[in-house]
Design a protein around this ligand. Sequence first.
Ligand code: MET
Ligand SMILES: [Zn+2]
Ligand SMILES: [Zn+2]
Length: 415
Amino acid sequence: EEEDTPITRFQQYLGFKTAHPNPNYTAPISFLVDQAQSIGLTTRTIEYVSGKPVLVVTWLGSDHKLPSILFNSHLDSVPAEADKWIHPPFSAHRTLDGLIYARGAQDDKCIGVQYLESIRNLKARGFSPLRTVHISYVPEEEIGGFDGMAKFAASSDFTELNVGFAMDEGQANPGDEFRVFFADRTPWELVIRAQGFPGHGAKLYDNGAMENLMKSVELISKFRETQFDFVKAGIASNSEVISVNPVYLKAGTPSSNGFVMNMQPSEAEAGYDLRLPPMADPDVMKKRIAEEWAPSVRNMTYTIKEKGKLRDHLGRPIMTATNGSNPWWSVFKQAVEATGGKLAKPEILASTTDARYIRTLGIPLLGFSPMINTPILLHDHNEFLKDTVFLEGIEVYESVISALSSFEGVSDQVI
Ligand code: MET
Ligand SMILES: [Zn+2]
Ligand SMILES: [Zn+2]
């Protein structure tokens, strides 16, 4: 007889090949639908973009008028270079000491299964929620979420869920406190382009495209250094500064075996990944780009693709309060502490998740993946999660889901 336990179910979910550029969404969704239905939950699959399904699992609460709670996770994974792993990335191999190796073990298939397992246990104990609990499984997070959560969050389906509070993925901690995230950094894709006079490779002259571009590259590197210095000096954490990293350089006149070496090209360009914390001023950044990094006086142009918003419709930084002004915060905190767990100081996430689309709607959301005493391995080779950490996470969610779904709200606020 085949074993069927929370661990084997986690391994099954890890086995689906959900890595980009060709993630399989149908197999994991049919697995999740089977799981949810076996627990007695209702399911609904919606395709905003063909072939990119969103799954919504629902546990009805007894008070339909109260806003619901949403637990989100993404179905997709980043690619894995199989030959650099000690166990194949979709084998979900479990070692004798309990380490489960798989792409997605931490990011973020663990929470996708933990949500369901914790509800399974709560139901078995006879718990029934006051507020309705939804779990969403979305595609495309790792490539920006545009055909996934962005479309779901903008849909009437989402509005009809009447979400009052949401949770999404967080990150592991090598230490023994659970990390919790109240904001994400916002990604900007910056491309700077230089034009200039072409000329003989032997000639010294002003205003060449490469020279114009290199001046900008130097200025951007200096800015990067000032930001990184704050981190190195312990003044700010990685996620509290603006990061800017070069991701490609494109220039040169192609030849049959590489590049023409005795010609200075007339065009050159560079691409950068920028991440801005919510309190950064987007206008100051845009001015810096226009006046220093890609000034027209140096024959430069640029494009910025903003992959999220920094401000809400009232001009406030998009972040979730982690103090007395947000009653959900203390419900969550107490629920984690009730399991004997400790919470680390709330942080901004250095990278970016689908949480931004939900926070932008004004819905409070905390990023949280219950993984303590665990190295941070998302997007890395040999991503793993220890079986005991996975199982403890289920208990944490039992406490969190029961507390949040039982929360009656506060009398002077509609939440
Ligand atoms: C650029 S949208 C986010 C994609 C991915 N989660 C990242 O942080 O890079
Ligand atoms: Zn993720
Ligand atoms: Zn990721």
